[in-house]
Design a protein around this ligand. Structure first.
Ligand code: FEO
Length: 387
């Protein structure tokens, strides 16, 4: 059982999950993940979101501890994805007098997840609606597509707390000994990254609020100088490069394409590149490769031609880049093909569908292994990337 005071009357009652193999069935989480939930204690008590079904027992124990014999009046549902909504029905069954507070979009999606009819026990809220708990006043702010269409965030005016749903969340259990930025960036780019415009819209609304604490649905409660986090979110959601550096991502069958990519990395470092970040797309965490692709201003893609197409790791990586709106970057290409190299053309075609991509020339062509001519091309590509 674990509850943490955010303030005297706002308590954290979430749970850590350190045994999940893959978050959302695709993301490795070496330090686990937290499913956050909060209780506001006032004349009326409000529970802010539930947790994943994996944390049911612990969450109810935390909730009971925080309530200390009281009965909850409201369950505010900011986001309906199962990692937060997994216990809505159990909660409503356990506390038959409690009311569900959410927006119409979420309410209409509820029957897709739960058999219980909650329409008669719901308070439907829209943009700007308020709900008084006594001395605390909740204001509801719609945040569609950050990260699902029904998402809203809730601002508590008295203690200046923003319950921000997935926004400002990160991978990692609460006791993970790691900085916020790296795992918050990997989380953002991979999970919310596609919806930059919607995050920008939320940031605009957040600017109008006086915020002391940000209480997200994953990761630590943020306090102190919040401009640090807001600034990162502004950069990430506007797709601006955050740092100067070159990502090299390779997809190699027998290692020759990888050797060429490694050689380029060495040349770049020798010529004074500030930062080179290298990924083998068959072996390294693709979510981290994607994170770095958005973090840095330049990238080199190196792929073998395979079945007249791209080797699967590169095909998948490009699909993810496109899906997350990769843009505003300089990209170089290395292709390999023992008899009919096609990878360069295919990667170029894919990049042409993305906004504001500058191609660094030349495209390096390898036929099986590097030779004097392709080594010369690597040198030229390195110069183009550094100039
Ligand atoms: Fe943490 Fe979109 O759920």
């Amino acid at each position: 059982m674990k509850t943490i005071n955010v303030t005297d009357t706002v308590q954290y009652i979430g749970v850590d999950d350190k045994t999940i193999d893959l978050f959302e069935s695709q993301y490795v989480v070496p330090n686990g993940v937290s499913y956050n939930s909060y209780v506001i204690l006032d004349e009326k008590t409000a529970v802010m979101d539930s947790v994943d079904a994996r944390g049911t027992k612990e969450w109810f124990a935390n909730l009971e501890h925080a309530l200390d014999g009281r009965t909850p009046d409201y369950l505010v549902v900011n986001h309906l994805e199962p990692d937060h909504a997994g216990n809505i029905q159990r909660f409503m069954e356990k506390y038959p007098k409690a009311q569900l507070v959410t927006n119409q979009r979420a309410l209409s999606m509820l029957p897709q997840f739960f058999s219980m009819d909650m329409s008669g026990r719901s308070v439907v809220v829209k943009e700007g609606d308020e709900l008084s708990l006594g001395s605390h006043l909740l204001t509801f702010v719609m945040a569609p597509m950050v990260h699902w269409p029904e998402v809203m965030v809730t601002y508590e005016k008295t203690e200046k707390v923003l319950f921000s749903a997935d926004a400002f969340g990160k991978f990692g259990a609460l006791d993970a000994d790691e900085a916020w930025t790296c795992e918050a960036r990997r989380y953002f780019i991979n999970i919310v990254g596609k919806y930059g415009a919607q995050v920008q819209a939320l940031l605009k609304k957040a600017k109008e609020l006086d915020i002391r604490f940000i209480c997200p649905l994953h990761g630590p409660v943020l306090s102190g100088d919040l401009s640090v986090y807001l600034e990162k979110y502004d950069i990430w959601s506007s797709y601006r490069p955050e740092d100067e550096g070159i990502v090299i991502a390779c997809a190699s069958v027998h290692g020759n394409t990888k050797a060429a990519a490694k050689e380029l990395a060495a040349i770049l470092e020798e010529k004074g590149a500030k930062k080179v970040s290298f990924f083998d797309l068959a072996r390294d965490d693709m979510a981290e490769a994607l994170e770095d692709a958005f973090r840095y201003d330049k990238m080199v893609l190196a792929s073998t031609t395979y079945d007249a197409g791209l080797f699967p790791g590169m095909e998948s990586f490009l699909a993810r880049l496109k899906s997350k709106n990769y843009q505003k970057r300089t990209v170089g290409l290395i292709e390999n093909g023992s008899w009919a190299p096609m990878a360069g053309k295919l990667m170029k075609d894919c990049l042409s569908q993305m906004k504001e991509i500058t191609l660094a020339e030349p495209v390096v062509t390898i036929k099986s292994t590097l030779n004097a001519q392709s080594r010369e091309q690597l040198e030229q590509l390195a110069d183009a990337l550094l100039n």
